[in-house]
Design a protein around this ligand. Sequence first.
Ligand SMILES: C[S@@+](CC[C@H](N)C(=O)[O-])C[C@H]1O[C@@H](n2cnc3c(N)ncnc32)[C@H](O)[C@@H]1O
Length: 319
Amino acid sequence: MTEKYRKLHQQFLCCYPVNKMAWSSVNLPLSWEEQQALMDATCRHPLNRRYPVRRSYVEAFIKQLMHLLKDQDEVHDDIYGSLCNRMAEGSDSGTAYSYKHYILQPDACITLRESNSFVSEGTTGLCTWEAALALADYLVEHPDLVRGKNVVELGAGAGLLGILLKLPAMSMQAKQVLITDGSEPCVQLMRENIALNFTDSAAEQAPKAEQLRWDAISEFPWQDYAETDLLLAADVIYDDSQFDALLGAMDYFYTRRGRQLEMLLASTVRNVDTLHKFMTKLRICNYKVTPCANVSACASHFCRDHTAAVQVISIRRYS
Ligand SMILES: C[S@@+](CC[C@H](N)C(=O)[O-])C[C@H]1O[C@@H](n2cnc3c(N)ncnc32)[C@H](O)[C@@H]1O
């Protein structure tokens, strides 16, 4: 692939907002071959042909590209063709799911099937949220936090973090990784996403996905899993009616593991009062909270658009 379109390629495949894409990397006018190369890196890329991104996203991308090329004499047939095909397909409304591809390195990519809606099938977990992307970036920058650790994720949604930790090409070297969610559709989706990213030969190394509701933590068959060293959770602090269940689940782990356990919790700062309420409960329950430095400045391997502030905290309990 042409090096000069690498950023647009990476952004297109994970549906990075069209108006914030690296359009400055496109030096006008574009020759026929350059237009072809740009289309090959985006709409016509094999990953998008096999596992397509949202149709409405492709339409917005092509329209922006045509706007950019509006003063050129020649616009490549593939660009018109993609727009016509896209129009002929109709709206996204009948399509519940599409794909995103996170290109992390030339040889490392995570493909996720995700819902086109933020809330569907009674859960918010069928798509990946900014907090999970921020925590994923943080872990890529700090692999020592996961190396050799047995990891459990609570409220894992579509499964991004667990897949990252076990992806052979990323060599994060986590030991056992269990990703859990209370919602059955999320568990099904996580398993589908695991299958998408771990071919048969790598299936042994894949994370495990299981249903786990926080208020039923003690009923889970923990005897089948190693003791947990690291708990992860992203974007689970938004509904204060779930706080006691989450704190109950945390207490279950810390009672067994004490100071050997660390939890990394990533939260989008939407409602300061809700976050504050949870922080107060953590303090009352004797947890020691340490903000993780420089999360927003952390390199964005996952093409975060930084519209939402995300905080990542480390949680310990010593007694
Ligand atoms: C906003 S989504 C975040 C998903 C994912 N962590 C991410 O950041 O992309 C919140 C997730 O927490 C799960 N969840 C909420 N309450 C739960 C509970 N009581 N027990 C288990 N999972 C729960 C939801 O099913 C959903 O998948």
